[in-house]
Design a protein around this ligand. Structure first.
Ligand code: HEC
Ligand code: HEC
Ligand code: HEC
Ligand code: HEC
Length: 357
């Protein structure tokens, strides 16, 4: 008799422990496909409430006049924003301070004795960031549409955006006394604490490895698709779902993950988002590596990089799609001879060569 009670108590305790990692009901769900196709989004309303505060954009100031002298004529050392009016220029400086260094003020980037001086690395980085923001808004409308991005999309009042990533050092990925971990089999934060590869971003958001599960040919010759490689793809997919706060069905019909025809349109937007993140990391972040001081770099000396989470921060669209850019045309315009890397064609190509290890 006593034994039975003990056994029940133990079972209840075990159940409680197992469920402690789960989110408590009630959940909400929204159908976004034909009935019976399993295209359902499950939301936790309590997490959404938390997300709401994080995704409210600060109020925009009244627009500055676009007339009057150009910034390049009013100031001494203007290399990027030369063609905007002086009033817009100072307006943008004020906004940038609120978005990136609200506690530190103008002096975070400037020598207060001489604003034309370029001695602070933060000013050099900020200049490149203005070019990067314009490049995203001008050349990656296939992803950001007219909603666009501002410094606030990533920074949200922090000098270092809250969601950045580094490539782990080679020795961190390798063997310990338990054997070769092969860069996985440890609870990885980027992959929802699963045992998937802990760094699913380097191969896809820095390098250009194929994001595939099924091989393009039946026989193994030249076909590098394997269970091990599939895990890298699932690692990236977990990162994407977590970054946007959505389920896999937001972009896939789970009847056939691979099939583009039956996937919701969001998958195409995500396809461009992968290429955009890769482009921005290689064209803007990596070239800044030497500009950043050692304390800003990763263990392997690499620069902080951009992922889906850097902009999205848990929302299906950053700031729930609030078109903040409209109030800051200086960051939308591609003034002068900005180097433009065209966005790729819209049809996804099935690549097979050079898969991850
Ligand atoms: C996040 C970094 C950052 C912050 C914060 C910042 N600036 Fe700037 N500032 C820049 C950059 C970058 C340039 C150069 C722009 C260019 O080359 O087109 C610049 C240039 C200037 C210039 C032109 C100087 C010259 O003669 O060449 C002035 C004036 C200026 N900023 C004023 C301000 C004021 C006032 C504030 C505070 C309200 C401020 N800035 C905050 C990054 C910053
Ligand atoms: C797509 C995301 C993104 C956007 C948009 C963006 N940044 Fe950044 N920014 C980053 C990342 C990532 C870093 C690297 C973090 C670090 O400093 O280690 C960074 C670093 C910086 C730094 C250096 C901070 C430090 O303390 O090291 C400055 C200054 C900066 N950004 C200014 C700007 C300004 C100004 C804008 C808008 C014109 C802007 N950023 C837009 C992602 C972004
Ligand atoms: C935000 C959109 C998005 C979400 C969410 C998403 N995926 Fe994907 N998925 C994509 C895109 C885009 C590709 C194609 C990537 C490419 O080719 O560059 C892809 C590719 C895949 C593939 C490879 C198919 C092939 O051709 O071999 C699988 C499998 C997959 N996803 C599974 C998942 C799973 C499982 C989840 C949930 C954990 C998920 N995806 C969440 C957008 C998404
Ligand atoms: C530079 C900032 C930035 C980065 C980085 C970024 N996104 Fe986005 N994304 C946006 C913006 C802005 C929108 C809103 C576009 C619009 O209004 O249609 C968006 C929209 C989307 C949408 C469409 C949502 C919908 O309901 O229509 C998907 C899906 C998406 N992003 C996936 C991704 C994935 C996956 C990644 C990483 C591989 C990524 N994004 C990286 C800025 C970004």
């Amino acid at each position: 008799m006593n034994r039975r009670i003990l056994k029940t108590a133990a079972l209840l305790l075990l159940g409680g422990t197992l469920l402690a990692g789960c989110e408590r009901p009630p959940m909400e769900s929204v159908q976004h496909g034909f009935r019976g196709t399993g295209m359902v989004e499950v939301y936790n309303p309590r997490q959404l409430a938390k997300q709401d505060a994080l995704n409210t954009a600060p109020a925009a100031p009244p627009p500055a006049s676009a007339d009057g002298p150009r910034a390049k004529d009013s100031f001494q050392n203007v290399k990027v924003l030369g063609d905007v009016s002086s009033a817009q220029f100072i307006g943008l400086m004020t906004a940038m301070t609120a978005w990136v260094s609200p506690k530190e003020g103008c002096a975070y980037c400037h020598n207060p004795q001489n604003f034309a001086d370029d001695s602070k690395y933060t000013k050099t980085v900020a200049r490149k960031m203005i070019e990067m923001t314009r490049h995203i808004n001008g050349n990656w409308q296939s992803h950001v549409a007219n909603t666009g991005v501002t410094c606030y999309t990533c920074h949200r009042g922090n000098p270092v955006p809250q969601q950045v990533w580094f490539t782990p050092k080679e020795q961190d990925k390798k063997a310990d006394f338990l054997g070769d971990l092969a860069g996985q089999n440890q609870p990885g934060k980027l992959v929802g604490l699963s045992s998937l590869p802990t760094d699913p971003l380097t191969p896809f958001l820095l390098e250009d490895k194929p994001i595939r599960v099924n091989g393009p040919t039946a026989l193994p010759s030249g076909n590098r698709a394997s269970v091990k490689q599939a895990e890298w793809t699932y690692g990236l997919m977990t990162h994407m779902s977590n970054s946007l706060g959505v389920n896999c069905t937001y972009c896939h019909n789970t009847r056939a993950f691979q099939n583009w025809e039956t996937s919701p349109p969001q998958r195409m937007t995500a396809y461009h988002g992968i290429r955009m993140s890769r482009d921005v990391n290689n064209a803007y972040m990596v070239p800044l590596t030497g500009t950043f001081p050692p304390e800003r770099k990763g263990a392997g000396g690499d620069v902080a990089k951009i992922s889906c989470a850097t902009c999205h921060q848990g929302a299906y669209k950053p700031l729930y799609g609030f078109p903040m850019l409209k109030s800051y045309p200086e960051l939308a315009a591609i003034v002068g001879a900005e180097t433009a890397t065209a966005a790729p064609a819209t049809t996804p190509v099935v690549a097979s060569a050079g898969a991850v290890k």
